[in-house]
Write a protein that binds this ligand. Structure first.
Ligand SMILES: [Zn+2]
Length: 182
């Protein structure tokens, strides 16, 4: 099958077609998804804010080998009071050795929560204010426009205790927020 060959002598100036007609450039109408609020990553976000390793006694019963008390170690990684990961080990030492590997394995991707709790790290109080971020800043302080492609507000929520964000930071600072809801 022969493929059509594009003409190389198309006029490049203006918006005229080869016949002199104006090109119709379709204007992008933002979708509801593009206009929906987006939750910004929490300031100092961590995948977990609490670690527990608990020794759990258990009474083993067996008609063959008899009964006895045994123990295991339950490791829990929590975020805002919720258990995000739980694993059982034979002893506390085993859980301690496994902890760095579990953290690396499970840590990625859980920095943004869409719930209604405060975005101050470790705070599980319900949010009472919503702020719209004016700009985003990376770890090197480079500023980017979060509305270049998506027009929906990039937001953070805070409880009444943590709603004052101070003037020291770049992204997480009072001057970078606009109040959306109070
Ligand atoms: Zn809070």
């Amino acid at each position: 099958m022969e493929h059509p060959i594009l003409p190389l002598d198309l006029p490049l100036k203006g918006n005229a077609s080869p016949k002199g007609e104006e090109w119709k450039v379709a204007k992008h109408v933002p979708t509801a998804e593009e206009l929906a609020p987006r939750r910004a990553r929490r300031p100092d976000a961590q995948p977990f804010d609490e670690v527990h390793i608990i020794t759990v006694p258990r009474y083993k019963e067996s008609w063959a080998s008899g009964n006895e008390w045994r123990i295991s170690a339950c490791l829990q990684l929590k975020l805002k009071g919720k258990v995000m990961l739980e694993r059982n080990f034979r002893r506390v030492e085993d859980a301690v050795v496994a902890l760095p590997y579990l953290h690396r394995f499970k840590g990625a991707g859980s920095y943004i929560t869409e719930d209604d709790t405060c975005d101050q790290e470790s705070c599980a109080e319900p949010a009472s204010v919503v702020y719209r971020l004016k700009a985003e800043f990376d770890d090197n302080g480079h500023k980017t426009d979060p509305y270049q492609f998506f027009k929906g507000p990039l937001i953070r929520k805070f409880c009444s205790l943590h709603k004052g964000r101070g003037d020291c930071g770049l992204e997480d600072a009072k001057r970078n927020y606009e109040l959306v809801e109070n």
